[in-house]
Design a protein around this ligand. Structure first.
Ligand SMILES: Cc1cc2nc3c(=O)[nH]c(=O)nc-3n(C[C@H](O)[C@H](O)[C@H](O)COP(=O)(O)O)c2cc1C
Length: 376
């Protein structure tokens, strides 16, 4: 079973991800992993730290001569700032952070020990693992792409159904939306909120194109793909809600206005009237584009700090402020793309398996052939 873990702290030596379960001979392109790490550091609204870090992943195990060895793949990203031993304690926990709950959990007055790990710096490792998985999927023509749909109440409704075009348009936008013409409005909104010492949240979407039907399962709750996606997305720092397809809107519709009719297409193939389900029915991909969205709360560290209690003095205090991002929705979309790609790759390998990449490919091709019976 494909799985990964991450390790490392925000100001420690490095971040690490360990990926288990990739077949032998999977082509490895670290350039595309590094391109995603760079995208995670970008997007308008990031703080000074992003200018300090220039993330690069190095494969330290499991890769040789450009392909996987069938053993554990470990990717390492060095931290530019490695001063965790010298950092001041955090005794004034920040509302919206893991600071207070974590300090109580560990029985300490210094939430720094918690913040070093709860920080979204950890997501660099998740992006590395997810970009690796996205590279694996690309070899089968499958592509996960994340983009911003809303920041601070300003929404982009633009939809692009062609993956290469989507990527091109998204990468031209300062906020990774599909509508560059919104850049100036969004920039003004972020600048205005920043000047007030406040922060902004928003929504990102991830689409996965060219999926075969049948990834995931209806049979066991742990492996339902929508359930796995919800867990993966919800675990991203700042994410507070996840939708697949119409999501919450589905609750307001009558059945006839919700479900996607099954039709015969012009070439005898099975087609659907629309994609309200977001490409998943019964915990499995149905052959349509997978569509998932996540809502990000505004960043918790405010330059105009909120009220807190100093854990050392027990006095009322203002929450700690350390240089911080103002809006991370674009970066969250990069992380969302990564975690979704990983879950899809996991479901893909659960279905097709294989010790070697060639074997996986054979099985995938055989399945594609089998599916032709539905097109007659
Ligand atoms: C890419 C990214 C960057 C973030 N940067 C910051 C930051 O600079 N300052 C901050 O207070 N929170 C930041 N956050 C959010 C916190 O990490 C997060 O809100 C906190 O760990 C609490 O977790 P929760 O939101 O899941 O409850 C960032 C989140 C992401 C996804």
């Amino acid at each position: 079973m494909l799985r990964y873990t991450t390790a490392g702290e925000s100001h420690g030596k490095c971040l690490i991800t360990s990926i288990e379960g990739l077949p032998y001979g999977t082509p490895v392109a670290l350039e595309s992993v590094n391109a995603e790490l760079a995208r995670r550091q970008g997007g308008y609204g990031r703080g000074a730290r992003m200018k300090l870090e220039k993330d690069e992943a190095e494969a330290i195990t499991g890769v040789r001569q450009g392909h996987t060895l069938g053993s554990q793949v470990t990717l390492q990203i060095m931290n530019r700032v490695q001063n965790s031993e010298e950092l001041n304690p955090i005794t004034r926990p920040r509302p919206g952070h893991a600071d207070l709950a974590g300090a109580m959990k560990f029985g300490t007055q210094d939430a720094r020990d918690v913040a070093e790990r709860s920080s979204a710096r950890e997501t660099a490792a998740r992006v590395a693992a997810g970009a690796f998985a996205n590279g694996f999927l690309a070899a089968f023509g499958i592509r996960a792409l994340g983009f911003t749909v809303e920041i601070g109440g300003i929404t982009s409704d633009t939809r692009i159904d062609e993956p290469a075009e989507l990527m091109r348009v998204r990468d031209e936008s300062l906020f990774y939306t599909l509508d560059k013409s919104l850049d100036e409005r969004l920039r003004a909104r972020v600048d205005e909120v920043k000047a007030a010492g406040d922060t902004l949240g928003g929504i990102f979407e991830v689409r996965v194109f060219n999926l075969p039907p049948g990834l995931g399962t209806h049979a066991g709750w742990e492996e339902k793909l929508d359930g796995r996606l919800a867990q993966a997305l919800m675990s991203v720092q700042t994410v507070k809600a996840v939708e697949v397809g119409l999501g919450f809107e589905a609750a307001r519709r009558q059945g006839s206005q919700m479900h996607d009719e099954i039709l015969r297409g012009g070439n005898g193939e099975i087609a659907r009237s629309r994609n309200n389900a977001g490409g998943i029915e019964g915990g499995m991909t149905n052959g349509q584009t997978l569509v998932a969205r996540a809502a990000c709360k505004p960043i918790s560290t405010l330059r105009k700090p909120m009220q807190t209690v100093d854990l050392a003095s027990k006095e009322a205090a203002q929450a700690l402020y350390e240089r911080s991002d103002v809006c991370v929705v674009p970066a969250a979309g990069v992380i969302g793309e990564a975690v979704v790609a990983f879950e899809v790759a996991r479901a893909f390998l659960a279905k097709f398996g294989g010790d070697t990449f060639a074997e996986t490919k054979q099985r995938f091709d055989a399945y594609r052939k089998l599916l032709e019976q539905y097109a007659r």
